[in-house]
Design a protein around this ligand. Structure first.
Ligand SMILES: [Zn+2]
Length: 390
């Protein structure tokens, strides 16, 4: 941690205090943890960013002894960045009511900012976001740049759980922010489209911290360049291709289940309908690839004895598969919708493509048969057509 109490006054490792001064303060025995009030000692070595550590192991809600240097450095660097704009920012502010200590807290706007370098589970993330919400505090997550790797134009590999912290911009696109304390540089990831568990297509905008002169930059949008959209389309088509080419060897529960279902109905998953595997609105609420759950919707429609059906019926069937962990969803504490909206939007997509007709709210009628390609060549050609349409 970077903050301690000295004679009941806050002191921090961000200012100009020298090593000798810290050691003098330490000798007086008056350096304490602001959270648990136990003794802390200043660590002013040459290898790691200067910080405080508890004198002995104690149970403490502010316990950050496992903090890496990268995290300490980032926190310090982001604090300096933010105090240029928002003077009343508090480092490691402890909110006793919820026992949470955001890395940075902008007092005026009641805005907590976390610099996340370690993996946080979606459950823990949701808990912490709810904690802030309960205190009417806005929150944002900035991830360490070490947690993301660029693999090509607009293509990134990231930790799957980090995606949970994504927010939506005014156009409904997902966004996230990363920061590198070594280069003092932000990577603002916009228009994120998850391609698989760890792979995302996104527009990355890199800026030095000096150029981002407003906290609003964390949510800022950029005008969409045509090349970016072309890249997104190419990446999606490539992914769809991969799904077809690897379905035979993929043994995930969802793939095994859909394969079996199709097999007993004389279809092969490699030749799934081209109208499945579409990045329809909110599709990312499923971690299960869209070609699987969308193919399953098409399959259910085909098997219905009547042409009329309700979206409720599909939801129930999905709930069953989610319960059995055959399908997986993603949790987004900052978003209001869920996988149900993904299903609803896919049904609307089928209405737009004249496979369904909407009879009334939640009720649909089949008006066309689902077409399964006969050969891989035909499938790829049809994919091309749907890629242009969607
Ligand atoms: Zn403590």
């Amino acid at each position: 941690m970077l903050v301690a109490l000295f004679n009941d006054q806050f002191v921090d490792m961000v200012g100009e205090t020298t090593r000798e001064e810290w050691y003098l303060k330490n000798q007086s025995g008056q350096l304490r943890c602001p959270v648990c009030q136990n003794k802390v000692i200043p660590k002013c070595g040459t290898k790691k960013t200067w910080h405080f550590a508890h004198h002995s192991f104690v149970e403490c809600d502010g316990f950050h002894e496992g903090e890496t240097d990268y995290h300490l450095l980032g926190k310090k660097s982001l604090y300096r960045w933010i105090t240029q704009m928002e003077e009343k920012t508090i480092l490691e502010y402890y909110i006793r009511a919820i026992k949470q200590r955001p890395d940075l807290f902008i007092q005026e706007n009641q805005h907590a900012i976390e610099f996340q370098c370690a993996t946080i589970t979606p459950e823990d993330l949701r808990k912490r976001v709810s904690g802030y919400v309960s205190q009417n505090i806005a929150s944002d997550w900035i991830f360490g740049m070490k947690r993301i790797k660029q693999k090509g134009p607009d293509l990134y590999i990231m930790n799957s759980s980090d995606l949970s912290a994504a927010k939506k911009d005014s156009n409904g696109h997902l966004y996230l922010n990363h920061y590198c304390p070594l280069k003092e540089q932000f990577l603002l990831l916009r228009n994120i489209i998850p391609l698989s568990q760890k792979k995302v297509a996104a527009h990355g905008h890199a800026f030095s911290a000096k150029k981002c002169c407003d906290v609003q930059w964390l949510s800022r949008t950029f005008s969409n360049l045509e090349t970016h959209n072309v890249n997104h389309k190419i990446l999606w088509k490539k992914q769809k291709n991969t799904w077809r080419m690897t379905a035979f060897k993929n043994v995930s529960p969802a793939v095994m289940y859909i394969k079996k279902v199709l097999y007993f109905n004389h279809h092969s998953l490699t030749l799934f309908p081209s109208i499945a595997g579409i990045p329809t609105k909110n599709f990312f609420h499923f971690e299960t690839s869209p070609y699987l759950w969308q193919t399953y919707i098409l399959f259910l429609m085909e098997k219905l004895p009547l042409s009329l059906f309700s979206s409720n019926f599909i939801e129930k069937e999905f709930q069953r598969l989610l319960h059995r962990r055959i399908f997986q969803t993603r949790d987004f504490p900052y978003l209001n919708e869920s996988w149900r909206d993904a299903v609803e939007h896919y049904l609307s997509y089928l209405v737009n493509h004249h496979l369904l007709e909407k009879v009334s709210e939640g009720t649909y009628r089949k008006i066309q048969h689902v077409y399964y390609p006969k050969t891989l060549d035909e499938a790829l050609k049809l994919d091309e057509i749907f890629s242009e349409k969607s």
